[in-house]
Write a protein that binds this ligand. Structure first.
Ligand code: 5RP
Length: 299
């Protein structure tokens, strides 16, 4: 890459800036061009190409991999909004394929079966920005150190239960508030204890927020869920199973976008949440065995 290309496409500044452009919006999981068209019409700011939404991945079992890149191409041809693609944790080659096929952003996702139990992809080598999941601030800062330009809560994908997304967002925000009140040497100790890069710990404390945008994901299934995550300080929302698993995907998708735009207006939210049809059936996190959970993958 020439210096000019590097400046235009590959720097942290450009990658984080691209991620920031999705702020205030809803990113929807889609499995084909037809769903991508519906998502764009509902007002999604971006779509995520994947083989099956997390609820279906759970039902189906087996190994979940990157989708056939042909689906990404079809979706890129169909919509004008950014198109993201999912790679397995630690699967450098899936990510390279997605980048070569023109994915606007890559999700190194715990929803797919991890390719590497110990290491994530070195995301700094890519010109495409990455999003990664996190359950707490230590995880979030490790992913940013590896080059992630956007963090999302892991939640518990495919359940339609927002409980874990709330838990993860509270953990991230709570730890940032603690850091803000700490002296320099206390933050140094916090960094050691949480396996977090010390420069990013200081930067986060000084900014009073993550140095990249912080979206919510995993279990968001209704307009009220989306508004709740905005109330908890998220910059935007990912929705997978909750739209195309709903009785009326168009109505649910539009209502979730509207709810994100109006999360702080209860009267408007009440209108938005009325008559959207049944949400996905879902599964409570409380009833789920530890080994069924996806959130513990890739810490
Ligand atoms: O997989 C994702 C992120 O990697 C999804 O966008 C998100 O987590 C989907 O979860 P859900 O189906 O519960 O909405």
């Amino acid at each position: 890459m020439t210096d000019l290309e590097e400046l235009r496409r590959g720097t942290d500044l450009v990658k984080r800036g691209f991620a920031r452009m999705q702020k205030g919006g809803v990113i929807m999981d889609v499995v084909n061009a037809e769903q991508a068209r519906i998502a764009e019409d509902c007002g999604a700011v971006a779509v995520m190409s994947l083989e099956a939404v997390p609820a279906d991945i759970r039902k189906r079992g087996g190994v979940a991999r990157m989708a056939d890149p042909a689906a990404l191409t079809e979706i890129l041809d169909e919509v004008s909004i950014p198109v993201m693609g999912k790679a397995r944790i630690g699967h450098q080659k899936e990510a390279e394929i997605l980048e070569a096929k023109g994915a606007d952003m890559i999700d190194e996702s715990e929803v797919l079966t991890p390719a590497d139990d110990d290491y994530h992809i070195d995301k700094r080598d890519f010109t495409a920005p990455f999003v990664c999941g996190a359950r707490n601030l230590g995880e979030a800062l490790r992913r940013i150190d590896e080059g992630a330009a956007m963090i999302r809560t892991k939640g518990e994908a495919g359940t339609g239960d927002v409980n874990q997304a709330v838990t993860h967002q509270r953990a991230i925000k709570g730890a940032i508030r603690q850091l803000e009140g700490m002296a320099y040497e206390e933050r140094e100790r916090w960094a050691r204890e949480h396996g977090a890069p010390r420069d990013l710990v200081h930067e986060t404390a000084e900014m009073g927020r993550l140095p990249v945008v912080n979206f919510a994901a995993g279990g968001i299934a209704t307009p009220a869920d989306a508004a709740l995550m905005m109330h908890h300080g998220c910059d935007g929302i990912f929705v997978g199973s909750g739209i195309f698993g709903a009785e009326n995907p168009e109505a649910m998708g539009t209502a979730i976008v509207e709810a994100v735009n109006n999360w702080d207006d209860p009267d408007r939210l009440a209108e938005i949440a009325t008559n959207v049809g049944k949400g996905m059936k879902g599964q409570s996190n409380a009833d789920m065995a530890e080994e069924e959970k996806l959130q513990g993958r890739g810490v």
